[in-house]
Design a protein around this ligand. Structure first.
Ligand code: ZN
Length: 195
């Protein structure tokens, strides 16, 4: 019977069933990170011999006869050519992760997105104009430019780049993915920040 790694466990155990949050990093045959899939999908990739488990996770899936440990990282057996998106999708979660979950104006915990140049004044909905902000600053700023308020950005917003961002965006990063994402520690911390 097919199994993942050497970790097929005794049938009959009913504990530690994979939760919906179990996720796995998929690597290309070249070890380049490709995407994040559900733990269930990762198990299917391995059971159908499309991928090999590289690192095991904490979750367990059970079928009729066996329990399999859900991999945290899998590597595709065959190399696939994937056209990468040029930029990371601009989502609330990703912006919060980039800005460390803090307001870019006052450093309080962020609760909303703000357009630095207000939309009403032609500001675009782009990575270099969208920041995380606290409710107070957002409300106070309203439709004004920061120059009119005498405010400053703690740092200029920019488009996130690098393998980690391209692959996982603002999602939670399993520590077991770090060796394959090849990102500096600071970036990892940023990605770990809950939004
Ligand atoms: Zn603020």
């Amino acid at each position: 019977m097919a199994h993942i790694g050497a970790v097929v466990q005794d049938a009959g155990r009913e504990d530690a069933v994979a939760g919906p949050d179990a996720q796995a990093l998929v690597l290309n045959a070249s070890y380049e990170p490709l995407c994040v899939v559900s733990g269930r999908r990762a198990v299917v990739l391995v059971l159908t011999d499309k991928a090999i488990a590289v690192a095991l996770g904490d979750h367990v899936l059970h079928s009729a006869r066996v329990f399999v440990t859900v991999p945290a990282v899998v590597r595709l057996v065959r190399f696939v050519r994937v056209p990468f998106r040029a930029t990371v999708p601009l989502t609330r979660k990703a912006v919060f992760a980039r800005d460390g979950g803090r307001c870019v104006y006052c450093d309080a915990p962020a609760t909303s997105l703000d357009h630095v140049i207000p939309k009403s004044r032609g500001g675009p909905h782009t990575w270099d104009n969208v920041v995380s902000a606290c409710g107070r600053c957002n409300h106070e700023k309203a439709d004004r430019h920061i120059a009119e308020l005498g405010w400053r950005l703690r740092r200029a917003p920019s488009v996130p780049s690098g393998a980690a961002w391209r692959v996982v965006g603002g999602k939670r990063v399993d520590p077991r993915w770090h060796p394959f994402l090849g990102e500096p520690e600071q970036q990892d911390e940023l990605l770990d920040t809950p939004a």
